[in-house]
Design a protein around this ligand. Structure first.
Ligand SMILES: Nc1nc2c(ncn2[C@@H]2O[C@H](COP(=O)(O)OP(=O)(O)OP(=O)(O)O)[C@@H](O)[C@H]2O)c(=O)[nH]1
Length: 421
């Protein structure tokens, strides 16, 4: 679902720029020129559809930020934009539970707004765990984070915190106070680090500003960062966002390193890692001892060179992407990979020869019946498959046999599955 942003702004040139910025963040913009118009819009729409509101501090019918109260009362995260940059106005704005305020000073500020909007949407999927023995303090931090759309979890003790982390994998950041109900914050940090590395879970330790040694101990125990109390609202969010972005960047790098650039399927290296860890894990021990079945299939598109030569490389790419989507649909419960070029590999754990051949034949028929269309070109393609179900401790040995079967499938006329029998 595409979220909406309510923009309450009366200046024409600012309006134009803001509409562009909101569109750039891939969000729909709903415009009101005044507080009265915003109220009218809200009479006929549901606040849940709105990711946030971007509100001008000074409007003709709301010259002192009254529109901010309106959107906050409607439970919409509110970003304030203002021409006035004096400290008095800033303090008045930050005294309200707003997401942020942005002076309309220069292009960089609009760039900042664009990033903030994208962040607000992403935060809806990110959990933050607040570990603090004081319920009042937890509630305060939770209210701050909720303004930014984070999903918050709370724990008073180390034991509760570890339990919550285990139950909610969407938690990417944990904020830990110095003293908890059952032990010290640094002890929790050290225990959590045994279970989650720094790229999976960011930890920020909080401590009074006069305790430098504690800050160092937080970091030495495994925290990514620390925050001295008392902190201001902006510092708090800068630290939170910086740590969440660190996790997201590592995740993006990991995904890029593990997937094929064209089709998005796992690449060969990642496939080997996945299959080998399946073979090593519990289920594998029975597999290797021959107590369970497994199959490995090599799939190769037929006469793909002639598709490229006839319709062009771009259409060849479209075919590879379509076949990849079909692999995902047919084999979602197994490990699969684009091996390179027009070749794909599937590891079917706990599947014997007969079942594997049936599954692969259904897939093969589905592909041959699929009409692929792009830019006026219409074409269908076939593929050949070699599959072995002779278990081995090494995936490489199964690959060699599957490759021999694939060679036979090609030699026998293509568009078929050849197995061990
Ligand atoms: N469009 C496109 N073509 C690719 C890509 N990777 C490899 N190819 C092409 O895939 C073709 C593979 O050709 P061949 O190995 O001769 O195999 P084939 O034409 O499919 O013949 P058979 O396998 O014997 O049925 C070559 O023309 C490669 O250039 C890619 O990412 N995109």
């Amino acid at each position: 679902m595409k979220f909406k942003v309510l923009l309450i702004e009366d200046g024409e040139s600012s309006m134009r720029v803001l509409k562009r910025v909101i569109g750039k963040a891939n969000l729909d913009v709903v415009v009101a020129n005044s507080l009265a118009q915003a109220k009218l819009i809200f009479n006929t729409t549901s606040p849940e559809l709105y990711l946030c509101a971007v509100v001008d501090y000074n409007l003709p019918d709301a010259p002192h930020g009254q529109a901010i109260n309106f959107t906050i009362d409607a439970f919409i995260p509110t970003i304030v934009i203002t021409d006035e940059v004096d400290e008095d106005v800033r303090e008045k704005i930050l005294a309200k539970p707003v997401v942020d305020y942005i002076p309309k000073q220069n292009a960089q500020m609009f760039e900042y707004l664009s990033r903030l909007l994208i962040r607000l949407e992403k935060n809806k999927q990110i959990g933050v765990l607040l570990v603090d023995k004081s319920r009042v303090n937890r509630n305060k931090k939770s209210a701050l984070l909720s303004r930014h759309n984070f999903i918050t979890f709370e724990a008073a003790s180390s034991e509760q915190a570890l339990h919550t982390l285990q139950r909610h994998p969407l938690i990417k950041l944990m904020l830990v106070e110095e003293e908890l109900a059952d032990e010290l914050g640094i002890e929790l940090v050290s225990e959590a680090r045994k279970l989650y590395d720094k790229d999976q879970l960011s930890i920020i330790g909080l401590s009074p500003s006069n305790s430098s040694s504690l800050l160092a101990r937080f970091i030495k125990s495994g925290a990514n960062d620390f925050l001295r109390k008392p902190y201001c609202h902006e510092e708090f969010f800068c630290r939170v966002v910086q740590n969440v972005e660190h996790i997201e960047q590592i995740d993006a790098i990991r995904r890029a390193a593990n997937s094929d650039y064209l089709t998005g399927l796992p690449n060969r290296r990642h496939f080997f890692n996945q299959v080998n860890s399946t073979l090593i894990r519990g289920q594998a021990s029975t597999l290797i001892r021959g107590q369970a079945s497994m199959s490995l299939a090599l799939i190769d598109l037929d006469n793909f060179k002639s598709i490229n030569d006839t319709y062009g490389h771009d259409f060849g790419d479209v075919v590879l992407k379509e076949v990849s989507r079909m692999i995902v649909r047919h084999f979602s419960r197994f490990h699969f990979s684009r091996f390179g070029g027009e070749e794909f590999c599937i590891f079917l754990a706990n599947v014997g020869q007969k079942e594997a051949i049936d599954l692969l034949n259904t897939f093969r028929e589905d592909v041959s019946n699929k009409i692929i269309k792009s830019k006026g070109i219409t074409h269908s393609c076939t593929l050949s498959i070699g599959v072995t179900s002779r278990p081995s401790k090494k995936i490489e040995s199964m690959l060699t046999i599957a490759d021999e079967h694939l060679y036979k499938a090609k030699a026998n006329g293509r568009n078929q599955v050849v197995g061990d029998l």
